[in-house]
Ligand binder design. Structure first.
Ligand SMILES: C[S@@+](CC[C@H](N)C(=O)[O-])C[C@H]1O[C@@H](n2cnc3c(N)ncnc32)[C@H](O)[C@@H]1O
Length: 251
């Protein structure tokens, strides 16, 4: 979260939040009424139209309202729809950017989205519905960039299959990052050819996860090897050396 987001939460009178918002973030809204409008424990979420009406009604009543989402509100978060609904109702609002999980989850695992010589760009795609991801994935140059699939954990097999059919190298490094930044996080990394068949056990299979495909996904392993080499070279240097003859204990 940004400092500005924290300020707005501290000042808020009403917070409408999504299920993926953390308790820690909500705790800043000390004086606000907090209403969860996201999907929780198998219960369906509140309809988008209803959320829009709640926002408009509360703003018209003069309340300081925060609509709190995970990550960035404009990355696969329907923030734009809510912005338009408010604009149509003649209500001004401020958009506070957030740190998208598309960027944060790989970073927390030591995966840079771009890296000189490996990837000079990245693409974020929703993996929720085949009709939206299929045409996009077919147009991507195989291996030329880092692919991040949000909401695609359950569709990892068809997504990996489509990339392979489109010409991506089966050895392309890939990763699955689940519940990043929480104590319950789960990470897998391996070649694209195995991505679709990876077993993600419960409860992680029910938690939010990101698929990363691209050479950069191998960098945590490369960094780990470099660290291990560095440590073993320190150990070698630290070995006690034989004392020069002149200093040797005469006894
Ligand atoms: C509806 S989208 C919202 C994305 C959000 N606006 C953002 O910028 O991160 C929800 C998806 O975000 C991803 N996500 C959110 N939090 C995550 C986390 N802690 N670890 C991994 N993926 C996460 C998952 O792909 C999840 O299905």
């Amino acid at each position: 979260m940004t400092v500005r987001a924290v300020q707005r939460l501290v000042e808020a009178e009403l917070v409408l939040y999504d299920a993926l918002v953390s308790e820690g973030a909500l705790a800043w809204a000390r004086q606000a009424r907090r209403v969860c409008v996201g999907k929780r424990a198998g219960r369906p979420g509140v309809e988008q139209e209803v959320i829009n009406r709640m926002l408009v009604r509360a703003a018209r009543a003069g309340q300081r309202v925060v609509r709190l989402k995970c990550g960035d509100p404009f990355v696969l978060g329907r923030g734009g729809e809510e912005l338009l609904a408010l604009a149509e109702a003649g209500i001004g609002c401020e958009v506070v950017p957030g740190v998208s999980s598309a960027l944060a989850a790989p970073a927390l695992s030591g995966i840079p989205l771009t890296h000189r010589g490996l990837a000079s760009g990245f693409v974020v795609v929703s993996g929720h519905a085949a009709e939206s991801y299929r045409p996009l994935l077919d147009r991507l140059p195989p291996g030329g960039l880092t692919l991040l699939v949000l909401m695609g954990l359950a569709n990892r097999a068809p997504i990996a299959g489509q990339l392979l059919r489109a010409g991506w190298d089966p050895a392309t490094p890939s990763a699955i990052l689940v519940a990043a930044s929480t104590p319950a996080s789960f990470t897998w990394s391996g070649p694209l050819e195995h991505l679709g068949a990876v077993a993600v056990p419960a409860p992680w299979s029910e938690l939010p996860g990101i698929l990363v495909v691209g050479s950069v996904a191998a960098l945590p392993e490369v960094a780990e090897l470099a660290r291990a080499r560095h440590l073993s070279s320190i150990e070698r240097t630290a070995q006690p050396r034989a004392a020069p003859a002149s200093l040797a204990d005469p006894a």
